[in-house]
Write a protein of this length. Structure first.
Length: 256
């Protein structure tokens, strides 16, 4: 099992927590349309961008196929990159995470740090599935699809626990970063860098999975069904411990 202190910085120090040290960062030519990152990834499209960073679709010139490149500010929305002495620890972390493989996770292929501004990036396998956010524009998930999503999330959390210990609650719970395979349905999750750097706003474990399930079923802002005092997160935690089959728990909730 990997020492989790490595993932929070050399000597246990958190990455990226010194805010305001590099202001006004811009995306250079490497990340512009047609730019090339690490002499390997050819930028084809800016997929999404917000205050925490940006995601690009790129062609992998070495291995072939497409990848997603996530360029992010390690302190969240502070607009700051890594300091020089933090880069080594981050790159070691990326090498560890590259070894994690499971069908519930979109694997990390590569990663690096921009030499100009210190902003890190992760390279992940491109998903041909739809973002959950796009699927939810058509309406909430039914109980069967939600069970499938939560089951995949629990599998992914189990893989992270096996590799990094019980603190490894690092799933990305934003609906733009959970991908739905049409037809089945099946779901795949991203490993969230803000989670393992210790600066995420939302829980990346069972509680976060409960919030995601509530949102996916259209329960935002509604009273949780009677008997589910802890919300879906509590029920999912019970299912994770083997206390109640997940499909039975969700079916009971929907009937309430």
């Amino acid at each position: 099992m990997v020492d989790i202190a490595l993932l929070r910085g050399i000597g246990g120090r958190r990455f990226g927590m010194t805010k305001g040290r590099r202001e006004g960062l811009v995306v250079g030519e490497r990340f512009a349309m047609g730019g090339q990152v690490s002499n390997r990834y050819h930028i084809e499209e800016l997929v999404t961008q917000d205050g925490s960073g940006a995601v690009f679709r790129a062609a992998d010139l070495e291995a072939g196929g497409e990848v997603a490149i996530r360029r992010f500010f390690p302190a969240g929305g502070a607009g700051a990159g890594f300091l020089k002495d933090e880069v080594e620890g981050y790159l070691k972390t990326v090498e560890v995470l590259k070894q994690v493989r499971h069908e519930s996770l979109l694997p990390i292929v590569d990663g690096g740090v921009d030499a100009v501004d210190g902003v890190p990036f992760l390279v992940m396998q491109w998903s041909e599935g739809r973002p959950l956010a796009e699927r939810l524009d058509e309406g909430p998930l039914d109980a069967e699809a939600t069970v499938a999503m939560v089951a995949r999330g629990l599998e992914a959390l189990g893989v992270l626990e096996q590799n990094f210990g019980r603190e490894a609650r690092w799933l990305e719970m934003e609906t733009e970063a959970v991908f739905v395979t049409p037809g089945v349905p099946d779901f795949r999750f991203w490993i969230c860098p803000f989670q393992w750097l210790g600066v995420a706003d939302r829980d990346g474990g069972v509680r976060g999975l409960g919030y995601l399930a509530e949102h996916a079923m259209g329960w935002d802002g509604q009273v949780v069904p009677a008997g589910a005092a802890a919300g879906l997160g509590g029920w999912i935690a019970e299912a994770k411990k083997g206390g109640w089959p997940l499909d039975e728990a969700f079916t009971a909730l929907v009937r309430v």
